[in-house]
Write a protein that binds this ligand. Structure first.
Ligand SMILES: C[S@@+](CC[C@H](N)C(=O)[O-])C[C@H]1O[C@@H](n2cnc3c(N)ncnc32)[C@H](O)[C@@H]1O
Length: 416
């Protein structure tokens, strides 16, 4: 028998458990569309239920989760398990399928089952769960390779890099521009340009991020109804053949493809722009796509003038303010007053109480690219600094919101 716990602590834990129950009921009755609040309340309960020592231990051991994941995916173990669907698979079978020693399978899956990546159903027997095929997918593995693994490398240099910045021993503009450059000797996009395999990982990862419907730009911003309100003559349907949408920095076109999947009647012009190394393979394979693929560096003047919509999705967080202003200025110069709109998607940091994911993404941008996530007011200030105006922010909770931007009615830049 343990000793009775202090009533105040027990009461706190009971209240937190009741909040979880409340969040589950809200979800069950359709009052919220997703399970974010349930997860948030569970995390608070875990945090409060753990002793400070257990809490410290959990954080300290977290990098080992990544080690196990990398052993499993680079060794094909997780892919082998996922390929068997709901079937039970033994360590012997996995060893045979992945051509890895059985003991490696057992030790790796011991940790991965403990953290929920797959299930253990008996002695050295495993089964994929709903997380397994996702973790074993090309896009998620790509994300581990281009983001999580480099962050681990950077961590080994963190003390050196940040002490150097803090000491101010040299003029700031002579420092490597990011912890990534300090660690690997060149910027992330240069590494991707020089390494087609990593570039393919990055591109697969970009598409995988958008698998959740709540993250698609056209779910957050109701394109057809908004454009109908603005452009269709009263009482008439919108003629989409007159619409041009340009996805700037749109990677391999997943956002335009999911838009046409959801709006099969759309027959306007869609243009995908990205760096030559991203667009090149799309031009080379000769496949017919829903969009025109156009190599374009967004630091140079925008070639498609007066489009209806310009999309700039998850791009600005890769750049510090001065670079963002150049990107925005090039778009402002191409926009037509009273007609063109720019949709910027960004995970907006709240002024207080940022969720874990938003704060993590900000840290990731800092160490990988010396860039940042922004608060709503920081993003608005950037937009205003190039003579554009924010018309509306389409909020999306802890996911990417859409900031809708136009040229002001009586400004001087852009097309008339
Ligand atoms: C974080 S990804 C976002 C991709 C996509 N918009 C999305 O939301 O999934 C940033 C994109 O910007 C592209 N990019 C980087 N530098 C660029 C440049 N100078 N001109 C155009 N695109 C660039 C990258 O290749 C990458 O596809």
């Amino acid at each position: 028998m343990g000793t009775a716990q202090a009533p105040s602590r027990v009461e706190e834990l009971r209240q937190l458990a009741a909040r979880i129950q409340g969040a589950v009921e809200a979800y069950a009755h359709g009052k919220v569309a997703d399970t974010h609040e349930i997860v948030r309340q569970c995390q608070t309960l875990q945090h409060r239920a753990e002793s400070p020592e257990t809490f410290a231990e959990r954080l300290r051991y977290q990098p080992l989760d990544l080690c196990a994941l990398m052993i499993a995916v680079e060794g094909g173990m997780l892919q082998a398990l996922a390929s068997r669907g709901d079937e039970e698979v033994t360590a012997d079978e996995l060893a045979e399928m992945a051509k890895r020693p059985k003991l490696h399978i057992v030790r790796t899956l011991r940790l991965l089952t403990a953290i929920g990546v797959c299930d253990e159903v008996g002695v050295q027997r495993y089964r994929a769960n709903d997380k397994t095929p996702v973790m074993a997918s090309k896009g998620q593995i790509g994300g581990l390779r281009v983001s999580s693994v480099p962050v681990c490398g950077i961590t080994t240099k963190i003390e050196e890099y940040f002490s150097m910045l803090a000491n101010g021993a040299q003029a700031a503009d002579t420092y490597p521009p990011s912890a990534y450059v300090y660690t690997f000797g060149k910027p992330m996009y240069d590494v991707l340009r020089e390494n087609p395999d990593r570039r393919a990982d990055f591109d697969a990862y970009m598409a995988a991020r958008k698998q959740e419907k709540t993250r698609t730009w056209h779910t957050v911003y109701p394109v057809i109804s908004e454009l109908s309100l603005a452009l269709a003559p009263k009482g008439k349907l919108l003629d989409t053949s007159e619409i041009t949408i340009v996805d700037v920095g749109g990677n391999r076109g997943h956002d335009l493809e999911s838009f046409t999947d959801s709006n099969p009647g759309f027959n306007g012009r869609l243009v995908l722009q990205d760096l030559p190394e991203t667009i090149g393979p799309l031009l080379a394979d000769g496949k017919k796509r829903v969009f025109e693929a156009m190599p374009h560096d967004f630091f140079t003047p925008q070639p498609v003038r007066g489009a209806t919509l310009y999309l700039l999705l998850a791009c600005l967080h890769n750049w510090e303010d001065e670079a963002c202003r150049k990107i925005l200025q090039n778009l402002a110069d191409a926009m037509r007053r009273g007609y063109s709109r720019l949709l910027i998607s960004a995970m907006l940091l709240p002024e207080v109480g940022a969720g874990r994911r938003a704060a993590e993404l900000d840290m990731q941008m800092w160490v990988l690219q010396q860039s940042r996530q922004r608060t709503r007011s920081e993003l608005e200030a950037l937009v205003h600094s190039v003579g554009l105006e924010v018309v509306k922010v389409w909020e999306n909770g802890e996911r990417e919101s859409i900031v809708e931007v136009r040229l002001p009615e009586n400004g001087t830049n852009g097309l008339m």
